[in-house]
Ligand binder design. Structure first.
Ligand SMILES: [Zn+2]
Length: 372
């Protein structure tokens, strides 16, 4: 009664009643930046501290990709990058590093150690450029089981230099039923060296394994699943079929996967079948349409962040075969114009929102009470 009198009085006097202020929800924001089938994934904790995983492509693409990472950093209000993990020494992962370092201070450089796949560009970068860039900062060679300090997050290195953690994470360690049907894969030398990180923010859990390949996925996940389950699986080695075995993808039971593929890199049928059949997967989000998926295997366009500069008027139903590495295949459709990220905003209760910056499509994933 007293409240209704106060309400009537307030109405009569034209006074705004005091209301409970909404408590601002502080989120972990993850920007999956489009670097055209390379990797650049930026984590920004509510504390303002940041972790960037990889810096996009080398050569003429380095300026473009560093600018795209800067756009995400600015959107997040960053004036520095606190931690930069370079997962491995391939040009689609360290390529924009020097350009980025010229644009924003980077305080801590993390990598797996020396390059093990001799390549002129990587070797020259490691001999001449990288030491100069990290000389004024902190440089760490990542070790499995070590933590990277990001206030408000728990960031654990789970793979580096071909070595995986040996102990299961708390609550994990159960038998992995996919191990018995595992088929070993082939790979180059550097992909299996990838620094892999497992990040938790309250009850929210995500993992980014760089370009870790199938045989290392097996070492990490078999015979027992040392990781457990995750809410979001990031990276997926661009959706390439030398990675993404069931021992990893199905056992992690991600609710959402975000694939950093290119227009003609990753998204092959084998990978898409593994993802589409992954238990508990609610959605796959992609950085690009992939011609290697065709309409047969792709997800709806609302879950895809980028289109080529020349918009595709039609997409073939059938997937096209991936061009062999180093082949003289015609160039993939170019995308040097406006690039869009996919953003994850995660809350400590385990709920999260994923947004496609191209079309504004956003989806809420409520906290699950049934997951461990
Ligand atoms: Zn790569």
């Amino acid at each position: 009664m007293r409240a209704s009198i106060a309400f009537s009085l307030a109405l009569a006097l034209g006074v705004a009643l005091p209301r409970a202020q909404p408590v601002p929800v502080k989120t972990l924001d993850i920007y999956v930046v489009d670097v055209e089938g390379g990797n650049a994934t930026l984590f920004v904790a509510p504390s303002g501290e940041s972790l960037l995983i990889d810096t996009g492509n080398s050569g003429v693409a380095a300026v473009r990709d560093a600018d795209r990472i800067m756009a995400a950093a600015r959107a997040a209000g960053l004036t520095r990058i606190d931690n930069l993990i370079t997962t491995h020494w391939h040009g689609d992962h360290f390529g924009g590093l020097a350009e980025l370092a010229a644009r924003i201070p980077i305080r801590h450089f993390i990598d797996h150690g020396p390059n093990v796949q001799p390549a002129a560009a990587a070797d020259e970068f490691l001999q001449k450029t990288y030491p100069q860039i990290h000389a004024k900062a902190v440089h760490t060679v990542a070790k499995p089981g070590a933590r990277i300090s990001v206030a408000g997050l728990d960031v654990l290195v789970v793979t580096s230099a071909g070595v995986t953690i040996t102990e299961a994470l708390p609550g994990a360690g159960g038998a992995n039923r996919y191990c018995s049907s595992f088929t070993p894969g082939s790979n180059n030398a550097e992909d299996p060296m990838s620094v892999g990180t497992y990040v938790t923010f309250g009850r929210f859990r995500t993992i980014h394994l760089g370009d870790l390949t199938k045989n290392k996925e097996f070492e990490l996940m078999c015979p027992s699943n040392r990781i457990g389950t995750v809410d979001v699986l990031l990276g997926l080695h661009h959706g390439v079929d030398t990675s993404n075995s069931e021992v990893l993808v199905h056992a992690l039971r991600p609710r959402v996967a975000i694939m950093n593929n290119g227009t003609r890199k990753g998204g092959q049928p084998e990978v898409m079948k593994t993802l589409h059949s992954s238990p508990g997967l609610e959605d796959l989000w992609q950085m690009h349409f992939s011609q290697l998926s065709g309409q047969e295997y792709t997800v709806p366009g609302m879950f895809i962040a980028n289109v080529p500069d020349e918009p595709l008027v039609a997409m073939a139903v059938a997937p096209i075969p991936a061009p062999p590495p180093g082949s003289a295949a015609p160039a993939a459709p170019a995308h040097d114009g406006t690039a869009y990220w996919i953003k994850v905003s995660a809350r400590t209760d385990g709920s999260f929102t994923v947004t496609n910056a191209r079309n504004g499509f956003s989806k809420q994933y409520v906290a699950s009470s049934t997951r461990n």
